[in-house]
Ligand binder design. Structure first.
Ligand code: LP5
Ligand code: MN
Length: 242
């Protein structure tokens, strides 16, 4: 059994090499009884499970194949794909995890989360999150035409991009207090979101930050843990095999 942790792939039809990289990853781990944990921002902007497209069909087919080979996908939502849910995941028996999930591997407890909730100094984002994650608002938006939701997503992306120019590096990082609280009753925290891959030893505890996937750098930091609990922080080459 292999536990594999990835996040922030930001898949979209605009970046086909990232899609290839993801399909390659599934292929490489297909025969290793993999539990694949995707900790959010799998997709660049998910507008609802009723969205369909050929580029997505290819991914779903591969995920079905992955499942047929005895592997399991677990997904936590990120700030860009919080509208992804059961209807999409059920196609390949994927499991939706709560925003905070604790996993025990060989006696060590791991807390998994996307990471945005740890960025408590980013007040503008946290305010936005509170509004946009309202289940009633999401349910309402899901009833609007896909074209409207697409425009809305583009608007959010643009505003987010503009706002980020005004935010400091520190504001967009996790807050030490939030990390301390998150680690209170677990040994290791694994998250993504900040795009600052690293392993941070914190006394007896550890914070592991997964990397984002980028065509430019062509690599991403992903984490593999075996049944005995041995961790391997791997530099995954996005387009290694093609
Ligand atoms: O994503 P990233 O890393 O660039 O930035 C995040 C924060 N931004 C976001 C916004 C997402 O990128 C966009 C989400 C699109 C999802 C699709 C929605 C589909 C809707 C349909 C549902 C059924 O999360 C960013 C953080 C940054 O991480 C670092 O942590 O700083 O936060 C912001 O930039 C938020 C802004 O500060 C406030 C945004 C207010 C938006 C108001 C909208 C007005 C425009 C509407 C136009 C139609
Ligand atoms: Mn994110």
């Amino acid at each position: 059994m292999t536990y594999l942790f990835i996040s922030d792939l930001h898949l979209s039809p605009e970046h086909p090499r990232l899609i290839r990289g993801f399909l390659d990853l599934l292929q490489s781990y297909q025969d290793r009884h993999t539990q694949l944990y995707i900790l959010g921002d799998w997709f660049n902007a998910w507008i609802g499970d009723d969205y369909t497209a050929p580029w997505l069909d290819e991914i779903v087919e591969k995920l079905q194949d992955f499942h047929r080979h005895g592997n399991q996908v677990y997904f936590q939502v990120g700030n860009r794909d919080f509208a992804l849910g059961y209807d999409f995941l059920k196609q390949f028996h994927g499991i939706l995890l709560p925003d905070i999930y604790t996993l025990n591997i060989s006696g060590v407890t791991y807390r998994l989360e996307h990471g945005d909730a740890l960025c408590t100094d980013d007040v503008a984002y946290q305010r936005f999150k509170k509004i946009i994650r309202n289940p009633y608002l999401i349910a309402l938006l899901k009833r609007t035409p896909l074209s409207f939701r697409q425009k809305l997503a583009n608007g959010f992306r643009k505003k987010s991009h503009d706002d980020k120019q005004q935010k400091t590096y520190a504001i967009m990082d996790v807050h030490p207090k939030a990390v301390e609280t998150a680690l209170f009753d677990v040994d290791i925290l694994i998250h993504g979101h900040t795009h600052r891959p690293a392993i941070h030893p914190l006394g007896q505890k550890t914070r592991i930050v997964l990397g984002d996937w980028r065509e430019k750098t062509n690599q991403a930091m992903i984490l593999e843990i075996d049944e005995q609990g041995h961790q391997n922080f791997i530099q995954w080459n996005i387009s290694s095999s093609r």
